[in-house]
Unconditional design. Structure first.
Length: 302
């Protein structure tokens, strides 16, 4: 099958590309390398270094004629969205609209969109299911949710199906440790370099940390499942930053205390997602936070 992955040199996208190719699919990657890394690129993929919002990207997609599109190209920083909402909206909202037009013109059968738990905002209840009110507290949350509405409306008027996956906090190999989003990558980098990590808040805030291999499996699962539906992709449980950090200290045989600073604007105190809807279809996470961390630590030099 011919499959396009936008953002295929990024953290999550590159893992999806690897698995698709290992399963025998023909994969095209579109990535402008603004945050993605060429070192993440699978050498068996057809690579186009181009911004997916350009006419050149449209030409390449129509020429390739993919059956499935995984859309992972995005502005992914909450803090950057708060300082530059125009750039955030241009990439995440307008870019998705353009991609939908390209998909229609290229005869794509299905688009699988990477959304985010940031769409929910501060929860009314836990765990958060797909019916929870949408009240994002950051521009990033707005710009990840708004394309969902465009996708639903666009696909209802075209011969194009979709699946929307709202990710919890994803972690794993290749995650950027220089931004604010990859908490585990940041902590790991600090601990390996004997540096003190910074906690924004008291460390008791909780997140649903899901291993990237489970995210990959969910994406491949919905190629043939979950048409025209929205699903949370998560472990279904929350872990505090303090507990997470203790596990990492233990795994690395370190004993470095973090530094606590004031909470940041736009950050949510507690969040974990109900994954029951996707479980009912047959998918389930295979990694706990402990087994996921151990897999990372066991493969640090690989």
């Amino acid at each position: 099958m011919k499959i396009l992955v936008t953002g295929g040199c990024g953290f999550i996208g590159s893992h999806i590309v690897d698995e698709l190719i290992s399963n025998g699919h023909e994969v095209m990657v579109i990535d402008n390398l603004s945050t993605g890394l060429i070192t993440n690129l699978n050498k068996s993929a057809y690579f186009c270094e181009v911004d997916f919002m350009t006419s050149e990207a449209e030409r390449l997609i129509i020429e390739f004629q993919p059956e499935i599109v995984f859309h992972h190209a995005a502005q992914v920083s909450v803090q950057k969205s708060m300082f530059n909402p125009i750039d955030d909206a241009t990439t995440n909202i307008l870019g998705t609209i353009k991609l939908l037009e390209y998909c229609s013109n290229a005869g794509v059968k299905k688009i699988i969109y990477a959304s985010s738990a940031a769409a929910y905002g501060n929860p009314n209840y836990l765990p958060i299911d797909e019916e929870h009110p949408i009240r994002p507290v950051s521009y990033y949350g707005i710009s990840k949710h708004t394309p969902e509405q465009y996708i639903k409306t666009f696909c209802s008027t075209k011969e194009l199906s979709f699946t929307i996956l709202r990710y919890a906090n994803v972690y794993g190999k290749r995650q950027d440790s220089t931004g604010e989003g990859g908490v585990i990558a940041i902590f790991l980098d600090r601990l390996l370099n004997k540096e003190v990590p910074i906690f924004f808040g008291d460390g008791e805030q909780t997140r649903d940390f899901i291993y990237v291999k489970d995210i990959v499996n969910a994406n491949l699962f919905v190629i043939n499942n979950g048409d025209n539906e929205v699903f949370n992709v998560s472990t279904g449980s929350g872990v505090s930053l303090n507990n997470l950090y203790d596990l990492m200290n233990k795994g690395l045989n370190t004993n470095i205390s973090p530094k606590y600073e004031r909470p940041r604007k736009g950050d949510i105190l507690h969040s974990y997602l109900d994954n029951g809807k996707l479980r009912e279809l047959g998918w389930s996470p295979q990694y706990s936070i402990e087994s996921g961390l151990n897999d990372i630590l066991d493969n640090l030099d690989k």
